[in-house]
Design a protein around this ligand. Structure first.
Ligand SMILES: [Zn+2]
Length: 217
């Protein structure tokens, strides 16, 4: 399973850190000649939606990455632990889901540190990945993430499941935009994730038919 990560383009000078955030999996998305892609789920864990997503992933034998908020994870410790226990990667999505660009550096530091502490205590492993809420990030936020040895992760396929397209439209968008290394953004953090859950088998089966394997970050 793909586990390694490199950030290319990190240049440390006296001036701001320049980084290429992770929009796609490293190494071109190939592992042992098989193209790989990643499913990511944001904004959970949610007591109804997340178990449904977990069931769909378990049924297909697929590992994914969940970017949880500290707010949600602190209220659902058992569910947060269940994500890790099921073999999924648990990453940081901020504590309050405030745009990192709207937080002071001190407030962002506080959110990141609280999230890392919570997830480390809850899952038994320190998180390695951070997804900025709304994908909003700037040089300061990037630097605050990188000094913690965390990796900022964006995405490269966005079917906008929060707009509630039909399950078929959602799945078709994902399958039409897949390419080796692509990172798909979905959401499990709202009360009704039925469309996303309904689309998952079509996404997973369709991707497998196209020759892709799924990996957790
Ligand atoms: Zn979010």
């Amino acid at each position: 399973m793909w586990r390694g990560v490199r950030i290319s383009g990190v240049a440390r000078r006296s001036a701001p850190v320049v980084v290429r955030h992770l929009w796609e999996l490293p190494d071109g998305g190939f592992e042992e000649d098989d193209p790989v892609v990643a499913l990511t789920f944001d904004d959970g864990p949610h007591p109804q939606s997340t178990p449904a997503v977990l069931d769909a992933l378990a049924a297909a034998g697929v590992a994914a990455t969940f970017f949880v908020t500290g707010d949600a994870a602190s209220g659902e410790p058992d569910l947060t632990r269940a994500l890790a226990d099921a073999g999924h990667t648990v990453g940081v999505h901020g504590w309050t889901h405030t745009r990192f660009t709207e937080l002071t550096a001190a407030a962002l530091d506080d959110e990141l540190d609280r999230c890392v502490s919570l997830l480390t205590a809850t899952t038994g492993a320190a998180p390695r990945y951070v997804r900025p809420p709304y994908g909003h990030i700037n040089a300061i936020a990037t630097e605050r993430i990188l000094v913690r040895q965390l990796v900022p992760v964006m995405w490269s396929v966005d079917p906008k499941d929060w707009r509630r397209p039909s399950p078929d439209a959602l799945a078709n968008h994902v399958l039409e935009h897949l390419a080796p290394g692509r990172i798909v953004i979905l959401h499990d953090g709202r009360s009704d994730a039925t469309i996303t859950v309904a689309a998952l088998p079509t996404i997973i089966d369709g991707a497998h038919e196209l020759g892709y394997q799924f990996v957790a970050l």
